[in-house]
Design a protein around this ligand. Structure first.
Ligand code: HEC
Length: 124
């Protein structure tokens, strides 16, 4: 019984891991990304365009030469779900070891939810 309650607690904690995002705050947080990422479709800079990235297939910008690490991730994880984006932004190296985005952009969980809410609108 106790174990079950603990498991339920864990599941609830997991569900709560992604708070409600605010796209307007996300737009401000995007200053941490825009030096490398355009939001225009197909326009790659230092990094691939993040146009419509939420729900998009991983490593699918035809204009960008992805690393092996990101291609391997795409083979395991077909799409950028909000959860996968949250994990990648939090620790890209843990999700895609050897990635060319293998540095630490400091964000907290609320900022990531805001960023994902903002990025979720970029495909409109
Ligand atoms: C210093 C440059 C740089 C910054 C800053 C940066 N990125 Fe990246 N990002 C990259 C590079 C380079 C790649 C390609 C990685 C690879 O091929 O391994 C990438 C890949 C990505 C991808 C995968 C895209 C796809 O097409 O599958 C996402 C999502 C992403 N970055 C999100 C972000 C977010 C959100 C931020 C801001 C919090 C950010 N990045 C900040 C350089 C950067």
């Amino acid at each position: 019984k106790l174990a079950l309650a603990a498991a339920a607690g864990l599941a609830a904690a997991g569900a709560a891991a992604l708070p409600e995002g605010d796209p307007r705050r996300g737009e401000r947080a995007y200053v941490k990304c825009y030096g490398c990422h355009s939001l225009e479709p197909g326009q790659s800079a230092n990094g691939p365009s993040l146009h419509g990235i939420v729900g998009k297939p991983v490593a699918s910008d035809p204009a960008y030469p992805y690393s092996e690490a990101l291609r391997r991730l795409a083979a395991r994880q077909p799409r950028w779900t909000p959860e996968l984006l949250d994990r990648f932004i939090a620790d890209s190296e843990a999700v895609a070891p050897g990635t060319d985005m293998g540095f630490f952009v400091r964000t907290d969980v609320q900022e990531r939810a805001d960023l994902i809410a903002y990025l979720g609108r970029s495909g409109d």
